[in-house]
Design a protein around this ligand. Structure first.
Ligand code: ZN
Length: 155
C-alpha cells in the first residue's frame, strides 16, 4: 500500500511515530530516539506546545546525558484548520536552491495528499512554522506562560 492510499482511506490523519538511531560524538554511545513523522494536534495538543517551546525532537545521550537535537522532517496536521504542513530543516532552503527547492518539495507534498481534503504547505524550520501558522511571538509567549503554570501546579 502506498503512502497516498493509506492517507486517503484514513478517516483522519493520525499521529505517527518512528525511531531514529542517534550517536553521541563525545562518548560514541548509540541509542534509538522516538521521532514524530506526523503530529495530529487534535489528538496530541502537546505537540503544538513542544513546537512553540522548541522542546520537540530533542534527546539525551543515555550514558553521558549530553542533549542532542534530532534533525528530522515531520508533518504538522491541524484537522480543525484542514491544514498539513511539512516541516523541513531550516538550512535546507539555502542549500537546496531557495524558491525552486520550496516549490519542488511543495509539489511532492501536494501529490502525496492529492486524495485527501487538506491544504498543504512546506516550511523550513520551526520558526517559519510558528510565524506562518501558529501565531508567532504572542503564541510563543502564551505557551511559555502555560508551561510555567503547569510546572507550578506540579510543585
Ligand atoms: Zn554520550
Amino acid at each position: 500500500m502506498t503512502e497516498t492510499e493509506k492517507a486517503a482511506t484514513a478517516p483522519d490523519l493520525p499521529t505517527e511515530f518512528s525511531e531514529i538511531e542517534m550517536r553521541c560524538p563525545p562518548c560514541n554511545t548509540v541509542w534509538s530516539a522516538p521521532v514524530a513523522r506526523r503530529v495530529n494536534v487534535r489528538t496530541h495538543p502537546d505537540a503544538r506546545l513542544g513546537i512553540l517551546l522548541k522542546t520537540m525532537h530533542w534527546t539525551r545521550c543515555p550514558m553521558c546525558k549530553t542533549p542532542r537535537q534530532i534533525e528530522t522532517i515531520f508533518e504538522y496536521y491541524d484537522p480543525e484548520q484542514g491544514l498539513l504542513v511539512q516541516v523541513r530543516p531550516d538550512w535546507e532552503y539555502e542549500a537546496g536552491g531557495g524558491e525552486d527547492w520550496y516549490w519542488a518539495r511543495y509539489e511532492d507534498l501536494v501529490l502525496k495528499y492529492r486524495d485527501v481534503e487538506v491544504r498543504v504547505d512546506v516550511v523550513f524550520g520551526l520558526d517559519q512554522l510558528i510565524e506562518k501558522y501558529l501565531g508567532g511571538e504572542s503564541a510563543v509567549r502564551e505557551a511559555q506562560e502555560l508551561w510555567e503554570a503547569r510546572r507550578k501546579e506540579q510543585g
